[in-house]
Design a protein around this ligand. Structure first.
Ligand code: PLP
Length: 262
């Protein structure tokens, strides 16, 4: 039987490994270069560390480094990780975190029957792709008297097997979400089709950015509609050039040899 990650104590404090310090710095530098290329600043882009390929130790190293944003794409991995980090911080009061940090993001497909477990544990759900899922989150918000922040996931590459709302349906869904008192529609998220060439992702990112600006121009979601989550290890620089202000990076942080080259 596989070990239950929730039953394991978090790793003891250690100075963060040089591998992870270096990998994170490389990603941060690449973000800064891409942001500058599109006339923005590095601080305008949030680096979300996707921990699905990380060890517990690597996650805790990032927490020790003061990293703020973390994500998982599967419920059964997210909840133990949230607990792990909370426990690690409780055991190590010397580890300093910014107020409200660390923040967790749910970036994968979310089933309605998991909403109650997941949504209160995260700062942002990136993957709302149906009205029914939004209604479920809204009704939990009403019950708990909390407002939940969400992004609409767009299927911009139009692959039949991908989750996400088809581009022509995005405006209408955004309007519907905007009427829900206990839900704040904060922006859009997309995933490009897998490819070895980051340029292949550019059209899907550009399409999603167009939709994002369209929603903003119509003032749907008001001033809160200001997040555009696009780009992973293989394509985050292109995503930033196309306007992303949240990138979701896993392998480049946690797999040695996968970091972007200067
Ligand atoms: C895994 C995952 C990522 C990160 O992918 P990497 O290639 O490891 O950077 C980003 N977004 C989503 C939705 C994911 O599932």
């Amino acid at each position: 039987m596989p070990a239950d990650p929730t039953s394991l104590p978090p790793p003891a404090w250690r100075p963060p490994s040089t591998e992870i310090v270096d990998a994170r710095q490389k990603v941060i530098d690449a973000i800064a270069r891409a942001a500058k290329k599109s006339g923005r600043k590095a601080e305008d882009v949030v680096l979300v560390a996707v921990t699905k390929s990380a060890s517990d130790q690597q996650v805790c190293d990032l927490v020790t480094l003061g990293h703020q944003d973390f994500a998982e794409n599967r419920v059964q991995h997210l909840l133990p990780r949230v607990e792990l980090v909370a426990e690690y911080l409780k055991n190590n009061p010397n580890v300093k975190t910014a107020p409200g940090s660390p923040r967790w993001h749910m970036i994968g497909h979310l089933q309605r029957n998991k909403v109650r477990q997941v949504v209160p544990a995260v700062a942002l759900v990136h993957s709302v792709d149906t009205l029914r899922l939004a209604e479920e989150i809204h009704s939990l918000g009403q019950k708990l008297d909390r407002v939940f922040d969400v992004l609409i996931q767009v299927n911009a590459s139009e692959e039949p097997n991908k989750f996400g709302v088809a581009a022509p349906a995005v405006l209408h869904l955004a309007e519907q979400l905007d009427t829900m008192t206990y839900l704040r529609v904060r922006g859009l998220m997309t995933m490009a089709a897998f490819s070895d060439n980051p340029e292949d992702a550019r059209p899907a990112f550009a399409r999603t950015a167009d939709l994002y600006h369209d929603v903003r121009a119509r003032k749907i979601g008001g001033d809160h509609f200001n997040l555009l989550s696009m780009g992973m290890s293989g394509d985050f620089e292109v995503a930033i050039e196309e306007g992303a202000n949240i990138v979701r990076v896993g392998r480049a942080l946690f797999e040695s040899g996968a970091a972007p080259t200067a």
